[in-house]
Design a protein around this ligand. Structure first.
Ligand SMILES: [Mn+2]
Length: 337
């Protein structure tokens, strides 16, 4: 691996260099898109001048690593010995974050397509709530967004779906943040079509096999089933989970939160079929947030992303940020402004 010590100004990189971004100065001056402050793998400082002429499409992020090859080297300025001077031939590959913290933005019951509050009849803005929560997740450098169901309401039109594509999926794609969801008990055809179109690297319908967020966390989901009739024999959880932490997402009435009833889902029954250990369980469907501890497993209703609880004492227009550090999960509330 080359370091700053192997570079001389006026020549190109002899081999690719791996650098980490320590600071970004956008709009750095004429013909420059940005000036990026870096350290090499030995901790030596250097800069990269992101010239407009080099047509670099990288969205530089602090604490992220990049592998740079075929790049010019010149004498540095402002206290830096060396500047990297990319051209159109330069190749830059993002290597991801060096931040050991995993963050999941959890949002649910967005009911895009609703326009009025189901009890008071007041105007509501589910699209604004959803896109604001997503913006928050992007700003907090979330590793993934998890949606606990009811993305779209029956009344969602193709205009609503387009809005979600533009203000949710496009910015997430730009930020390289995947969106994992389960289906709820509400949907619309234009919404379903959008989800189908976007399904791939960016958008995933979670199932009991789960999706790896990174080496720390795996997220499992079970789509909504009417009256709590989960197809118990089809819960194909993996036999072995390599990630140390497992998060389960549901869209049901949960016995551990709502008490026993004919339509409730008993987590015990799910847990019995899972060989591992859930570390956090989150459910959509109930539009007020609430939380309990089931043994040592936190279980919560996330509450709706926009005001739509019909209860007298509503607890809605919320999203959550799950932060994973040192193999434990902290859940912080985000009141959507
Ligand atoms: Mn709902």
């Amino acid at each position: 691996m080359v370091t700053v010590d192997d570079l001389s100004s006026g020549q190109s990189l002899p081999e690719p260099i791996v650098v980490e971004v320590t600071d970004i100065n956008w709009q750095a001056g004429q013909s420059r898109r940005a000036v990026i402050e870096l350290v090499d793998t030995a901790g030596n400082p250097l800069r990269l001048i992101d010239y407009e002429g080099a047509a670099i499409s990288i969205d530089w992020k602090q604490n992220h690593q990049y592998r740079i090859s075929r790049c010019g080297v010149q004498k540095g300025g402002r206290g830096f010995e060396i500047d990297l001077a990319p051209s159109k031939n330069t190749q830059i590959k993002p290597l991801g974050s060096t931040d050991p913290t995993t963050r999941l933005l959890v949002v649910g019951d967005t009911h895009i397509g609703r326009t009025t509050h189901p009890r008071t009849g007041k105007k509501i803005k589910p699209r604004h709530a959803f896109s604001t929560a997503i913006e928050y997740g992007i700003n907090r450098d979330a590793d993934a967004v998890v949606h606990v169901g009811d993305i779209f309401h029956e009344s969602a039109t193709s205009t609503h779906a387009d809005h979600v594509d533009t203000h949710v999926f496009a910015p997430l794609a730009d930020a390289n943040i995947p969106f994992h969801y389960i289906t709820g008990n509400h949907s619309s055809s234009p919404g379903d079509e959008l989800l189908q179109q976007r399904t791939g690297n960016l958008v995933t319908n979670l199932d009991p096999r789960g999706v790896s967020v990174n080496s720390q966390v795996r997220v499992f989901g079970i789509d909504h089933h009417k009256n709590g009739n989960i197809p118990w024999n089809d819960l194909a959880f993996p036999n072995l989970v390599s990630e140390p932490l497992s998060v389960l997402i549901l869209h049901q009435t949960i016995e551990q939160l709502s008490g026993h009833g004919s339509k409730t889902v008993d987590l015990e029954r799910i847990d019995r079929q899972f060989g591992g250990q859930f570390n956090f369980i989150l459910a959509g469907h109930h539009h007020d947030a609430s939380r309990t501890d089931w043994g040592d497993i936190p279980v919560m209703y996330t509450g709706a992303a926009e005001h739509m609880s019909t209860n007298n004492d509503p607890d809605d227009r919320i999203a959550w940020l799950l932060t994973v550090e040192n193999n434990s999960i902290v859940c912080d509330r985000y009141n959507i402004p």
